[in-house]
Design a protein around this ligand. Structure first.
Ligand code: SF4
Length: 341
């Protein structure tokens, strides 16, 4: 009987698995569900290299789900600062509290799906990797490998159903967690978005994309619409070695995060004009930042007057600015002002 895709892939994984802080070696008992879940939430839309230091920091401060459940949300948000997609951090706290109340993580994909922030992918990954359940785990890496392996010509996102069915067909009953991680590793090292190292690939003999002579054209992607452009202004108000920081509203972009005050760009509708910055304000420059739904150009204005800032906020010492947990956008704005000195 010839080897199946999963046989070939698991053999390769046994000798090529990446060593990652949240991962058990191939064939070993799974790592605890808290570490698997935490890493999978952090890895959504984020690279392994960016996640590693955050994973280490989180597991040092909050070594288990009970510790994270007991943490104030503000502290978790501050520790998450810089990793982006902040709704993940808010859901992380909610899910940790739900799990602590239940006395531990549920083990099935269906039950995991009920936790805040656990979508189809994360629930399947935790069920497979932490609990050894057979679950079909499809992230962007797996999507690419499967589209190439079966030469799926339909463009994404329409092809997702067909890709899922094929992924289901090759997922083994045993070692489903190792299989999922092996697919992720293959997609991040051999069958990457820019390259297909078919000569090194354990699945080469089975691959229809390779047989077609041009696997890199797969997966076919529907043309993306250009992102809307936004602009706004953030304000730097400084006194006695401290800068004025506010807490953003509980809803909307960067909700609940500490930030520089701004002109309300995030709530402005497309086409609404921006108020000109005049009077005691001096322009320090512009920072650019890409959000999922829009690209932002944020002018930074430094206050040169001496009246008190309006609204609620706090004077944050400049020598502890790194501890403020500013999201990347405002950390960039702060760097711009401080670098100009
Ligand atoms: S043979 Fe090439 S295209 Fe096919 S899965 Fe392997 S690396 Fe990707």
């Amino acid at each position: 009987m010839s080897a199946t895709v999963s046989d070939l892939l698991l053999d390769w994984y046994d000798s090529h698995a990446r060593a990652l802080p949240w991962r058990a070696p191939p064939g070993a008992s799974p790592t605890d569900a808290y570490r698997v879940w935490l890493s999978e939430v952090m890895l959504q839309q984020t690279t392994v290299a960016a996640v590693k230091p955050y994973f280490t920091k989180f597991t040092e401060i909050w070594p288990d789900v009970q510790a994270l459940a007991a943490a104030p949300e503000d502290e978790v948000m501050a520790a998450w600062a810089g990793l982006g997609y902040y709704s993940r951090a808010r859901n992380l706290v909610k899910a940790a509290r739900a799990v602590a109340e239940m006395g531990g993580f549920p083990e099935t994909e269906a039950e995991l799906r009920k936790l805040p922030g656990l979508g189809e992918y994360t629930a399947a990954a935790v069920a497979a990797i932490a609990f050894g359940q057979r679950a079909v785990v499809v992230d962007a890496n797996v999507e690419r490998v499967v589209a190439r392996l079966f030469a799926i010509e339909q463009p994404l996102p329409g092809a997702r159903k067909a890709i899922r069915e094929k992924a289901d067909a090759i997922t083994p009953d045993k070692r489903a967690g190792d299989f999922a991680q092996a697919m992720m590793d293959l997609g991040s090292s051999i069958c990457t978005a820019r390259d297909a190292k078919c000569l090194l690939c354990p699945l080469a003999s089975k691959c229809e994309g390779r047989a077609s002579g041009d696997p890199l054209r797969l997966p076919v992607k529907a043309k993306k619409k250009a992102k809307p452009q936004r602009s706004g202004t953030a304000f730097w108000i400084e006194r006695d070695g401290a800068v004025w920081l506010i807490k953003r509203p509980g809803k909307g972009m960067l909700a609940g995060m500490r930030a520089l005050p701004d002109d309300g760009w995030s709530a402005r509708k497309d086409g609404d004009g921006e108020a000109p910055v005049e009077g005691a304000w001096k322009a320090a420059g512009v920072v650019r930042h890409g959000f999922t739904h829009a690209d932002l150009e944020l002018g930074v204005a430094v206050y040169a007057g001496d009246s008190k800032p309006q609204g609620t906020g706090e004077w944050w010492p400049l020598d502890r600015l790194d501890d403020a947990g500013l999201p990347t956008l405002f950390a960039k704005a702060a760097r711009l002002v401080l670098a100009a000195r």
